[in-house]
Write a protein that binds this ligand. Structure first.
Ligand code: ADP
Ligand code: MG
Length: 339
């Protein structure tokens, strides 16, 4: 079978439009980790280089612990030992515990146990393919966050035999939170951009909030349809256009619906979640993309603000979203604020 493959990992889904005033130059560092281009832009009174270097080391450490693409990662170890208890670091343990809780909270729209499915599709890997319908049907019973067992005292995790964890929808959120914490400790300000995951810490040099550009899902990587003014929060976007492949004229993207086993088809072009808790925002943006517009209530219940763009070009947000953030639709945008 011959298929064309279009696999893109775009450096920045969100364009952090970080204005910099004259008195201090930011330190910038770009790192490839967690399957994406990670950019740190820091304004520090102290040693900004050391700060971004510490950030880079943290990104590499998280990648080494959490990636399913590394045979030696803690997550790969849990998967290889499915059915048995595996001891993991405190950080990995708490992320898995958080992922389980968020899976329950989102009714499985976000489900970290769909590893067998992401492996079968291999959308972000070397050989993306459309699995046969009976193959997908055979994998569905292996998916379910209820299969994650946690022993906090022993820092051990166990999943059911045949199951596999995939923390790809939440790991960058944890990374953004952890980097933000490093900056906070050093009393620094800046913007952390990890693919579709941005953390804006503090204000700009002139005291104004950072303006984050929301990429137009129907445009090129440089096009954005709106900007959002944010300070001390993370903005996370999930969209079908970030990683996908095409076969027989059909697009298959990387956000899967654990109920069907196929890429989510909920009528959205993208989902945006804003929260000071980037781990939460990351899981919710994925869940929202799976659930569609109806998932806004989930985000609201979880205490986050969210916005969705439907395939019809309509924007819907959680109550208060537009009051809380300075949201500016680009002039000439075909999208409309519907509610
Ligand atoms: P991105 O990583 O592109 O920013 P997401 O945060 O939405 O986007 O995460 C997508 C990744 O998470 C996929 O590549 C896959 O590994 C995994 N994943 C896909 N669908 C789900 C889902 N419904 N729940 C949990 N993880 C998912
Ligand atoms: Mg996510």
């Amino acid at each position: 079978m011959k298929h064309r493959r279009f696999l893109f990992i775009l450096p920045a889904l969100l364009i952090a439009l970080a204005g910099c005033a004259a008195q201090a130059e930011p330190v910038q560092r770009t790192t490839f980790a967690l399957g994406t281009v990670c950019t740190q832009t820091v304004y520090a009174s102290g040693d900004g280089e050391a700060l971004t270097l510490a950030g880079e080391e943290l990104l590499y450490a998280l990648d080494a612990q959490l990636s399913v693409h590394r045979a030696q990662s803690e997550v790969s170890l849990i998967n290889a030992r499915a059915g048995e208890w595996t001891e993991v670091s405190a950080r990995t343990f708490s992320l898995i515990a958080r992922a389980k809780a968020l899976a329950e909270q989102t009714g499985g729209a976000f489900d970290p146990t769909l590893g067998v499915l992401t492996k079968a599709w291999d959308i972000a890997g070397e050989h993306p393919r459309v699995p046969a319908a009976d193959e997908i049907a055979s994998l569905l019973p292996l998916i379910g966050w209820q299969g994650i067992e946690l022993d906090e005292a022993a820092s051990c995790v166990r999943i059911c035999e045949g199951q596999a964890l995939d923390l790809g929808a939440i790991a960058k959120g944890l990374a953004a939170d952890a980097l933000a914490e490093i900056y906070r400790q050093a009393d620094a300000r800046g913007v952390i951009s990890l693919g579709g995951n941005v953390y804006a810490l503090g204000a700009k040099q002139d005291g104004a909030p950072w303006r984050v550009g929301l990429r137009d899902p129907l445009g090129t990587a440089e096009d954005y349809f709106a900007t959002l003014a944010v300070q001390d929060v993370s903005v996370v976007v999930s969209g079908a256009y970030e990683r996908y492949f095409e076969q027989d004229g059909k697009i298959y993207h990387h956000i899967l619906d654990a109920q069907t086993g196929y890429p989510a088809a909920s009528g959205l072009l993208c989902s945006v979640v804003v929260s000071a808790d980037s781990t939460l925002a990351d899981a919710l943006s994925t869940a929202l993309f799976v659930r569609g517009q109806g998932g806004l209530a989930l985000a609201e219940a979880a205490g986050a603000d969210a916005l969705v763009l439907t395939e019809a070009g309509e924007l819907f947000a959680t109550p208060g979203f537009y009051d809380q953030y300075d949201f500016a639709l680009n002039e000439g945008s075909n999208y409309v604020q519907a509610g």
